[in-house]
Design a protein around this ligand. Structure first.
Ligand code: GAR
Length: 210
């Protein structure tokens, strides 16, 4: 059984998708805890109602990123995770923190990386006239929104889209690809070659929605 610790900052819909898929599909994994840097994160209530341990490490209580990350790591390690899952966790992480969880920390980013790292991805995709958009699940490295790509989901940009409608469409694909990627990790199905990751049996690492 792989132990998962999921980090959120807000509503936690990706966390919810992972928790539900883990239970419904009988993954060889258990969600050991959901941790937030914001005490008011909506997702904490969902986790608590499912009987999952929750914790808050409020970044505002720490003088700098190093102190915050040290306390966050201490709390995470208390749950002895095999995998740390960043699900809408909106903090820049220090290199020491990312190194500690190298090859055992995943993130989802709402763009087709390496395009549009950082914030406001949907606004920027629309400004550029992109015809497709999507989301990327990747292992976390010290460089923001980089690291080996596990899975990408692609959706069309439709006439009349604004950032809100595009974000909603991308979120539907996020809820498909993130549980898939975490499940593969739990099943030990991800194989590293150099800095790239592939599925052991060649399963498709992209999902195209129309
Ligand atoms: C998701 O769209 C996720 O991709 C994005 O925040 C949202 C969280 O939603 N993450 C980032 O922008 C990370 N840089 P959720 O709390 O409902 O899962």
């Amino acid at each position: 059984m792989k132990r998962l610790v999921i980090l959120i900052s807000g509503r936690g819909s990706n966390m919810e998708a992972i928790v539900k898929a883990c239970a419904a599909e009988g993954w060889p994994a258990t969600v050991a805890a959901v941790i937030s840097n914001r005490p008011d994160a909506g997702g904490l209530q969902f986790a608590a109602e499912r009987g999952i341990a929750t914790a808050v490490v409020d970044h505002k209580a720490y003088a700098n990123r190093e102190d915050f990350d040290a306390e966050l790591a201490r709390v995470i390690d208390g749950f002895a995770p095999d995998l740390v899952v960043l699900a809408g966790f909106m903090r820049i992480l220090t290199p020491g923190f990312t190194a500690r969880y190298a090859r055992r920390m995943l993130n989802i980013h709402p763009s087709l990386l390496p395009a549009f790292t950082g914030l406001h991805t949907h606004e920027r995709a629309l400004e550029m006239g992109c015809k497709v958009a999507g989301a990327t699940v990747h292992f976390v490295t010290a460089e923001l929104d980089h690291g080996a790509i596990v899975m990408q989901g692609v959706v069309p940009v439709k006439p009349g889209d604004d950032a809100k409608s595009l974000a909603a469409r991308v979120l539907t694909v996020e809820h498909r690809i993130y549980p898939q990627a975490v499940r593969w990790f739990a099943e030990d199905a991800l194989i590293w070659t150099g800095e790239c990751v592939a599925h052991r049996d060649g399963a498709a690492q992209q999902l195209l929605l129309s």
